[in-house]
Every structure is written in structure tokens, then in C-alpha cells.
Design a protein around this ligand. Structure first.
Ligand code: EPU
Length: 419
């Protein structure tokens, strides 16, 4: 049985919301723990399905995992290399990090092609190019990627695209390789720094994470440690957008304001008031907004993961706003659903052209996680208690823990119904 998310819109969000740990860090940090010989403890994990699935994957590989109250203890002493062609690996996209982690630890990995949010074809050629540069052989066997290597040797790797996944996967594979690996045109997202921080606490030697050149000096052994995950900047950004979109007043707590700069600048350009504190951001919405243009880019540009909820807010801009996604060319599956809610949006190439429009309640479907975020923000914006019914809630749950609790506490009228 699945749930659908119901929203009676029109209430401004008011109050405080506390952000949990970052999903896209968590799904890399958990497999990274496999490189250690002793126990790793991860704190501040979000309570989302991807984390629970990853815990099961580690258990399948022989690790002992204890997971409760946002803390995961991973004892890798019983760990063994095992093919994972099907099952849980198909349920989440980030299972591809098992390739780098198992290759780094055992010199071998067989992982089914990852599943997860497939809002457009998402190739992994740069991950594979990295593994091959380190001396591994990569073969596609009946839909699984089989990677083997007798001994991994550090190398210089230039990424054709600054891919988050490829950067992290190469860091994982090379942390215990012989010699030095240099990743050029590396991605600079905060989650990469988080992974490098964990690996360094485990004994790895990594310099330059967060810049476009990362240098990894391989080490023979890595050990356990305790690590606390950074706050989820996409969750935080979604609540900031929702606060502006409902003309509300929300304190978003447990954020790193620096991670939010591109969004903060765009909200201010529209006319929202945004106040940065040490570890919190307050967004005070306004009755009217200016139209603006947004370009989704790699970090520190505007995050592609926030362009879908931003699309909903832009329907309030006075005039025509243009939102262009330079990371994914066709991440616009939320647009036809927003159109059902009355939004006047047209997609041209990799841009959405958004006119000011009044939204109405409708039955809509979330086809991926961030498309879902766009729809619940739109649902909150519908005036006078108009009801929006969102199916595909299982996607939304993958990235927004405590969503209905958080929104209710902020004064929204939201509830779940059995589909
Ligand atoms: N790309 C390639 N070849 C590759 C890898 C990527 O051409 O081998 C391209 C992609 O097609 C895309 C661009 O490079 O156009 C960037 O992709 P990237 O590899 O950076 O994305 P990812 O690592 O697969 C992560 C997040 C995504 C987020 C993107 C971009 C995780 C688990 N996922 O994906 O998050 O959209 O970075 O910031 O970290 C989400 O949270 O909803 C989500 C999809």
C-alpha cells in the first residue's frame, strides 16, 4: 500500500523547521565506511528510505549494521566481496558508490545498473573512465557492471563533466590504491568535502576536496572513526522556497548558510527578505514578487535539485521568468503536472518559460523526488484551502524526512491517505 500526499493550500508557513543530515552525503558516506577495517559511526543521518536500503545492502555484504535515531554503526569486520546484480541495488541510484568502495577494498565489484530517480538518462561513463584509469577492467555483464583489478595504481584523471558521483567514486576507489591519484575538473559540491572529511578521519590522505583538483595519496589501511553528516542543503532550500511561495515567515535551522548562497541571492532578487545567521536562515515572504531568470549549474551555482521547487515559486513572479537547467537538459517532468494546477509554463529546449499564474488544486503525480518537491510547494500555494492530491509520495519520501510533521508544525494543512 502506498500513500498519497494531500494538501489544502493557502496557509502561509510560519515557525521553525530543523533540517536533517544530507541525503546525498549519507548515500556516499555509508558505502565509504566499507573501506575501514574497524567500526565507523555516522551521526545525523536523515530518516529516509535510501538510508535504510543502504543499511540492508551493507548487511548483505557481511557488515554488521546498527541503525537507530539517526545514528548508524557499521562494523565491517565480517565484510566480504559479493556480487550484487539485483535486489536492493536497483532501488537507489547511489548504489553505484558500491563500485568504488568494493573496488577500493577488494579489487572487485559486480553491481547491477543502479535504479532510483530516472528523470532523464544518467550515464556513468566518467565513473568507468576513472576506474579504468586506475588500472581496473570494466565489463558490462547482463546489465551488471563487473569491475576487477589485481592492484589499483594512482593516475591523473580529467573528468569531461564535473560529476558529483564520478568524483566521489574515484575518491573511494583510489583511497587505498598505490601512489597518487589526481582528479581534474572535479565536482565541488559540499557533499564531496563531507566524503573527503570522513575518508581523512579514516586515515586517507586527500587534499583539495571542494576545488577542481583533488589529490589522493593512497594508503595501505584505513580505520574506523565517528563522523557527523552535513545538513541537507536541498531540503533546506525547499523550505526556504516554500516560505517565500506562501508569503510566510520561516526560520530554517541547522543549515550552512554558505551552501545556500545561490538560492538566497535569487530569493532576494525576487523581493523576499532573507536573513542569514550562523547556522540558520530566516525567509520572510512578501505579497508580490519580481520575475527573474535562474540558471541551474554545478556548485556553487544554483542547484539543479532546487530548480523544480523553484519553478513553482516562479509562477508568482510578476511577468515572465526563464529557468534554464545546464546540468540536466530535460529535468522538467514536473511541468505537465504544474500545468494541471493552472501554471502557465512552456518548455523550450533546456529552459522553462514561466508566466505569472494562479494555481488551483488538482490530482497530480510525482514522477521523481524533486518533481515531487515542486508539487508539494505548488500545493501549499493554492489559495483558499484548494486541495491538491499528490500520488508517487514514495519518491518524495526518498529525500524529505518528517515532511508532513514539519509542514504541519509550520501551519500547513497536510495529511496522508492510502492510495
Ligand atoms: N554525467 C555524465 N557522465 C557521468 C556522470 C554524469 O555525462 O559519468 C552528467 C549527467 O548526465 C549530468 C551531469 O553529468 O548531466 C551531472 O551529473 P552528476 O554525476 O553530478 O550527478 P549524480 O552524481 O548522478 C548527484 C545527486 C543528484 C544531483 C546531481 C547534480 C546523488 C546521489 N545524487 O547525482 O541528486 O541532481 O548530483 O547535482 O548525490 C536528487 O537528490 O534528487 C538528485 C538527483
Amino acid at each position: 500500500m502506498t500513500d498519497k500526499l494531500m494538501i489544502a493550500g493557502g496557509r502561509p508557513l510560519r515557525g521553525t523547521v530543523t533540517i536533517s543530515g544530507a541525503k546525498n552525503s549519507a548515500v556516499a558516506l555509508i558505502p565509504a565506511a566499507l573501506l575501514a577495517e574497524t567500526t565507523v559511526v555516522l551521526d545525523n543521518l536523515p530518516d529516509i528510505s535510501d538510508v535504510a536500503i543502504y543499511a540492508e545492502l551493507l548487511e548483505e555484504l557481511g557488515a554488521r549494521v546498527h541503525y537507530a535515531d539517526g545514528q548508524m554503526t557499521i562494523d565491517p569486520s565480517g565484510l566480504r566481496s559479493k556480487p550484487l546484480p539485483n535486489g536492493n541495488v536497483k532501488k537507489l541510484r547511489a548504489s553505484y558508490y558500491l563500485m568504488g568502495a568494493l573496488l577500493g577494498r577488494f579489487g572487485e565489484a559486480l553491481i547491477g545498473m543502479p535504479g532510483g530517480c530516472n528523470f532523464e538518462p544518467r550515464p556513468i561513463d566518467q565513473h568507468i573512465k576513472g576506474f579504468e584509469a586506475l588500472g581496473a577492467t570494466v565489463e558490462n555483464e547482463h546489465g551488471s557492471i563487473h569491475i576487477t583489478s589485481k592492484s589499483l595504481q594512482g593516475a591523473k584523471i580529467y573528468l569531461d563533466v564535473a560529476s558529483v558521483g564520478a568524483t566521489i567514486n574515484i575518491m573511494l576507489a583510489s583511497a587505498r590504491a598505490s601512489g597518487v591519484t589526481i582528479i581534474e575538473n572535479a565536482a565541488k559540491e559540499p557533499e564531496i568535502i563531507d566524503v573527503a572529511t570522513l575518508l581523512s578521519s579514516m586515515g586517507a590522505k586527500i587534499k583539495g576536496a571542494g576545488t577542481e583538483t583533488i589529490r589522493i595519496q593512497g594508503v595501505k589501511e584505513m580505520h574506523g572513526c565517528r563522523h557527523s553528516i552535513i545538513p541537507d542543503r536541498i531540503q533546506a532550500g525547499t523550505y526556504m522556497i516554500a516560505a517565500a511561495a506562501t508569503s510566510g515567515d520561516v526560520l530554517v535551522d541547522n543549515v550552512i548558510p554558505k551552501h545556500m548562497e545561490a538560492l538566497t541571492a535569487k530569493l532576494q532578487e525576487m523581493g523576499a527578505h532573507v536573513y542569514e545567521m550562523d547556522e540558520a536562515i530566516r525567509v520572510v515572504g512578501q505579497p508580490e514578487y519580481a520575475h527573474i531568470d535562474v540558471k541551474a549549474l554545478v556548485y556553487p551555482g544554483f542547484a539543479t535539485d532546487l530548480q523544480s521547487p523553484m519553478t513553482s515559486l516562479l509562477t508568482r513572479g510578476n511577468g515572465v521568468s526563464i529557468l534554464t537547467d545546464y546540468v540536466y537538459s530535460s529535468r522538467f517532468k514536473h511541468v505537465p503536472e504544474l500545468q494541471r494546477m493552472g501554471a502557465n509554463i512552456r518548455v523550450e529546449g533546456r529552459s522553462a518559460i514561466i508566466q505569472k499564474s494562479a494555481l488551483n488544486g488538482a490530482k497530480v503525480r510525482a514522477t521523481d523526488l524533486r518533481a515531487g518537491a515542486s508539487l508539494f510547494v505548488a500545493g501549499l500555494m493554492v489559495p483558499n484551502g484548494g486541495v491538491t492530491e499528490i500520488t508517487g509520495y514514495e519518491y518524495i519520501r526518498r529525500g524529505y524526512d518528517l515532511l508532513t510533521d514539519n509542514l504541519s508544525r509550520l501551519g500547513a494543512e497536510v495529511w496522508l491517505e492510502r492510495e
